[in-house]
Design a binder for this molecule. Structure first.
Ligand SMILES: Nc1nc2c(ncn2[C@@H]2O[C@H](COP(=O)(O)OP(=O)(O)OP(=O)(O)O)[C@@H](O)[C@H]2O)c(=O)[nH]1
Ligand SMILES: [Mg+2]
Length: 240
C-alpha cells in the first residue's frame, strides 16, 4: 500500500468539495486527503469538518484568510512530511483534475520522482476552456520551456505527485510564488536537483462550479519568475 496524501487548497469551493473528497478516497485505500482552506466565506471548511465525522482519512488545515495557492501548498507539504506520507499529490477542488487519474499517477511514480498530469503531452487535452485561456496557458508553457530549458511540456499544471524526497530537498519556506509560478518553481527546483520528472497525459476540464481565481497578476508573476529562476541557477553554478 502506498501511503499518499492528496492536498487540495480551497477558497470558496463549497459547490465542489463534498463531492470530490469521496471520489478521491475511493481510488486507492492508501490515499488520504488534506484540505487547506483559507477561511472561505462560503463555509467550505465547515463542510469538510462534517465529512471528517465519518472518515479519519480526511484532514483539514485552516488558515486565517486568503493567502494564495503557493503558501497553501507549502503548508500542506509540511503537513505531509511531518505525518510521514510517502507520496504527495497536488490537485484542484473544481473537478478540472479527474480523481480517476490518481491510480495511474501512483503507478507512474514507480519510474520517477515527480509525476505531472500533463495537458500537452499528446496534443492538447483541454475541454471547455475559452480559446483565450488555452492560448495563454500554451504560450506560458512554451515560454517557460524556451527560457529555462526544462524538458517539461506542461510546467504550469496543478495535478502532480511528488515522492517525499523531492519535497524534503526543497527549501519549502523560500518558495514565495503563487498560481502558475508556484508550479514552474517547484518543477524547476526538482529538475535542477536531479530528480526525474515524468508526464502522463490527462484530460483537463474547465471547473464544474464555483468562481475562478485566475488573474493578470498570476501571469505577470510567471513572466518574471522564469528569468529569476534561470539567473539564480546560472549564478549558483558559476559560484561553485
Ligand atoms: N487555500 C487557498 N486555495 C486557493 C487560493 N486560490 C485558489 N485556491 C484553490 O486552488 C485551486 C486552483 O485554483 P483555481 O481557481 O481553480 O485556479 P485555476 O484552475 O487556475 O482557474 P479556474 O479553474 O478557472 O478557477 C482551487 O481548488 C482553488 O479553490 C488561495 O488563495 N488559498
Ligand atoms: Mg481550476
Amino acid at each position: 500500500m502506498k501511503r499518499s496524501l492528496v492536498i487540495i487548497p480551497t477558497y470558496n469551493e463549497s459547490e465542489n468539495i463534498s463531492r470530490i473528497i469521496p471520489e478521491i478516497l475511493k481510488q486507492d485505500e492508501g490515499i488520504e486527503v488534506l484540505i487547506v482552506d483559507d477561511n472561505s466565506p462560503d463555509g467550505t471548511a465547515k463542510m469538510v469538518k462534517d465529512l471528517q465525522q465519518t472518515n479519519a482519512k480526511i484532514h483539514l488545515l485552516e488558515r486565517a484568510g486568503k493567502q494564495g495557492l503557493g503558501t497553501a501548498y507549502v503548508a500542506g507539504f509540511h503537513y505531509a512530511l511531518s505525518h510521514n506520507f510517502e507520496f504527495i499529490f497536488e490537485m484542484d477542488a473544481d473537478f478540472s483534475h479527474d480523481p480517476k487519474e490518481l491510480p495511474r499517477m501512483l503507478q507512474k511514480i514507480d519510474d520517477c520522482d515527480l509525476v505531472i498530469g500533463s495537458r500537452y503531452i499528446s496534443g492538447v487535452n483541454v475541454v471547455n476552456w475559452p480559446m483565450k485561456r488555452l492560448i495563454l496557458s500554451y504560450c506560458a508553457n512554451l515560454y517557460t520551456r524556451i527560457i529555462t530549458g526544462m524538458p517539461v511540456r506542461d510546467a504550469t499544471a496543478g495535478f502532480k505527485c511528488y515522492r517525499r524526497q523531492v519535497l524534503e530537498s526543497l527549501n519549502l519556506d523560500a518558495i514565495k510564488s503563487n498560481g502558475y509560478s508556484f508550479q514552474i518553481e517547484t518543477n524547476f527546483k526538482a529538475w535542477t536537483r536531479g530528480f526525474r520528472i515524468c508526464e502522463i497525459p490527462i484530460i483537463f476540464n474547465d471547473r464544474h462550479a464555483g468562481v475562478s481565481k485566475m488573474s493578470k497578476h498570476i501571469v505577470y508573476e510567471a513572466v518574471f519568475l522564469v528569468w529569476k529562476l534561470k539567473l539564480q541557477y546560472l549564478f549558483a553554478k558559476k559560484c561553485l
